[in-house]
Design a protein around this ligand. Sequence first.
Ligand SMILES: [Fe+2]
Ligand SMILES: [Fe+2]
Length: 293
Amino acid sequence: MNVHELDEPATTGDPTYEPTSPWWLSGTPLESEHHRLMRRRATPIPWAQTTAASLTDAERARLAGTWMRRSEAEYLAVSTFSVLAIDLVAAMAPADVISLCLRAGIDEVRHAEMCMRMVEIYSGEQKLPPPGMSMLPDDPKRPKLHQALANTMLVSCVSETYATTVLSATRDLTIDPTAQAVLTAIYSDEVMHARLGWSYLRHAIERGGQGVIDAAAEMLPRALRGVANVVERERPAGEVTPAVRDHGLMTPAEERVIFASCVREVLVPGFSALGIPVGTALEDYGDTWAHAA
Ligand SMILES: [Fe+2]
Ligand SMILES: [Fe+2]
């Protein structure tokens, strides 16, 4: 008997739901539980409305390359939140912080699925990202609160906050309805992933005082460098033509400007408001860095 015969139809209760990237599923009855989980907050994506057919082969290859990078990053983010959840549990973080962190990991599974589907749309290939997991700094000698706080700052306050600013700018230039809907769905989750960190940071400062502020200040340059490394990274080969832009892609130079303004307008004011010293962040990622590409 095929294991799927034990399964209820994936779309039960919601005729608009369809599995996003079924080639990444187990082929066992667990699939229906997975669909239930993924359906919970999902807005339907208009997959059939893609305008990919109007692109040249080179444009499609450029977009497939970028969506593959995105699927790799989203896949790694699943493990990031899993590791962060361990730190938060060890530090006896509040229940809402822990549950939202675990929820964020599930969101990242959905983001990875959507990005893989986009790769399929542009390349025709059902590819998976390479296996792997992200590592977070781990120092068993430091207080658990400081470790949890420092890693939350890295993952959530800095990375996810930057993700929201770059996604929102990218979404604004996107015309293709499918890419627009995917970027919007991912963006709305990343907003919550960032809020999680800022809320925990405030809570931890109230609880741990100066030690927490010091741990946060120490992590800040490292967290900013981590994101800057991604922004500075070589892009997949191929030109960003106007049509490619319409499908949700900006140039590396534009992304530098967005990161610099995120540092200046969001991160530095946010950390300063919490009493966390920001060191040379404004100079490190000012105009010179922004226009270096
Ligand atoms: Fe994500
Ligand atoms: Fe995220």
